[in-house]
Ligand binder design. Structure first.
Ligand code: FES
Ligand code: FES
Length: 160
């Protein structure tokens, strides 16, 4: 039997009827066509499916869609504002921190949650904050530099 759920995705209210076993990543990709969220392992190990739920990073492959009822979800598609990229997106592009791009949305959303708590996070804090996401292309050095640079931009611009 399906359950009715209502939640916000990228600021937009959505009402859906979902099977009790369907996961958040399946809803995002297959029903809402927000394919910026990637599914890698499907078992909570790679972090490629990370989105923010009420501002906190969550592995969307492990979260049931029924559990987002009444909550707010942010995916990579919701990060740019008024046609302008988020400082994290800008820095990832400028620093060349993207290779295949499969880990990028999980990295950027994890970094957003981290920098909102501490925009001056240093290398060690960034490594810890991003430790839930694996980059199989090995772009870690550039990713860390991009996050540090974005933190400086966010501090300057007072942006979240
Ligand atoms: S796909 Fe969710 S953690 Fe790997
Ligand atoms: S850029 Fe390919 S997995 Fe990170």
């Amino acid at each position: 039997m399906k359950s009715a759920i209502e939640f916000k995705v990228n600021g937009e209210r959505r009402q859906l009827e979902v099977e009790p076993w369907i996961t958040l990543v399946e809803v995002l990709r297959e029903i809402l066509h927000l394919t910026g969220t990637k599914e890698g392992c499907g078992e909570g190990d790679c972090g490629m499916c990370i989105v923010l739920v009420d501002g906190r990073p969550v592995n969307s492959c492990l979260m049931l869609a029924v559990d987002v009822d009444g909550r707010e979800v942010l995916t990579i598609e919701g990060l740019a504002e008024g046609g302008r990229l988020h400082p994290l997106q800008e820095s990832f592009v400028e620093r060349g921190a993207v290779q295949c791009g499969f880990c990028t949305s999980g990295m950027i959303l994890s970094a957003k949650a981290l920098l909102e708590e501490d925009s001056g996070a240093g290398e060690e804090e960034i490594k810890r904050g991003l430790s839930g996401v694996l980059c199989r292309c090995g772009s870690y050095k550039k990713i860390i530099e991009a996050v540090q640079e974005a933190g400086e931009k966010m501090k300057e611009k007072g942006r979240r």
